[in-house]
Write a protein that binds this ligand. Structure first.
Ligand code: FBP
Length: 253
């Protein structure tokens, strides 16, 4: 096993990732407008906003390979995904191999596990193979750990958030991507529960800018590493200015 090279996607243990897999997860109608439906717009935001990395599914990574390479923004490829059209217990299957991600220029890979779903063990098992293969190559692995499905009923948001962070540590992820429940005290406990696994928060649907920036301040003061967000940035009227503000909070410059 090689030590995963986190410096490729982090600055002094902090991270600003721009996520853009919503086209697969939600479809192009609800989330996108004339500007942000174009992956080139996202690449431009990532470049000008000096993000640590950009997160795409393999299709965009391949079709826009030249533009991504020219931007010099490190690439993270999400290895599993699903649409929101199918009903039932959440399940996200692997659709890209570590090998293919490497061939497309990825420096790290991502994978979602829905803890609490009937299919949790399938995702855990699939992730185990990915983690092993990526770590053999010294590639960092980011796990989206989203509590969802039957097993999460009757559990509190704070309990589930800490559990998500802890699962990421236990399964060998280098970075846990979790959804913030809005309580700074809970977030602190989640970060502590993740141990040496770094914690970044997702953004969710677009909030007012003040609220969004406050959440970023919370993750930093809770000892977390930063963000892996999409809609709050690329749905903003001025994603470039917003990115400067985010950068100041996370990286201090
Ligand atoms: P956002 O900041 O836009 O919420 O993106 C974070 C993210 O994890 C994406 O990577 C992913 O496409 C999306 O959220 C999934 O959201 P959900 O499963 O809640 O619909």
């Amino acid at each position: 096993m090689k030590k995963p090279d986190l410096d490729k996607i982090m600055t002094n243990g902090r991270a600003m990732f721009l996520a853009y897999d919503q086209g697969l997860e939600h479809g192009p109608t609800k989330d996108f407008n004339d500007d942000n439906v174009d992956p080139n717009y996202i690449i431009e935001i990532a470049k000008k906003g000096k993000y640590n990395a950009i997160i795409f599914q393999k299709g965009i990574a391949e079709k826009y390979g030249k533009e991504i390479k020219d931007s010099k923004v490190p690439l993270i490829i999400k290895l599993n995904g699903k649409t929101n059209l199918r009903e039932g217990e959440p399940r996200s299957e692997q659709i890209c191999s570590v090998k293919e991600a490497v061939s497309l220029g990825a420096v790290a890979v991502g994978y979602t596990i829905y803890i609490g779903s009937d299919y949790e063990e399938d995702m855990m098992k699939e992730f185990a193979g990915i983690e092993e293969e990526a770590h053999m190559l010294g590639m960092p692995v980011i796990t989206w750990v989203y509590p969802r499905g039957k097993g999460t009923q009757d559990k509190s948001d704070s309990e589930l958030m800490a559990y998500a962070a802890r699962v990421a540590l236990e399964v060998g992820a280098d970075i846990a991507k979790i959804k913030y429940d809005g309580s700074k005290k809970d977030l602190k406990w989640a970060v502590k529960s993740a141990g040496k696994t770094k914690v970044v928060i997702a953004g969710g649907t677009k909030a007012n800018e003040g609220k969004f920036l406050k959440e970023i301040k919370d993750i930093i003061s809770a000892g977390g590493a930063g963000i892996a967000v999409g809609r709050n940035v690329w749905q903003s009227e001025d994603p470039f200015e917003l990115s400067k503000k985010i950068r100041k909070i996370i990286l201090g410059k």
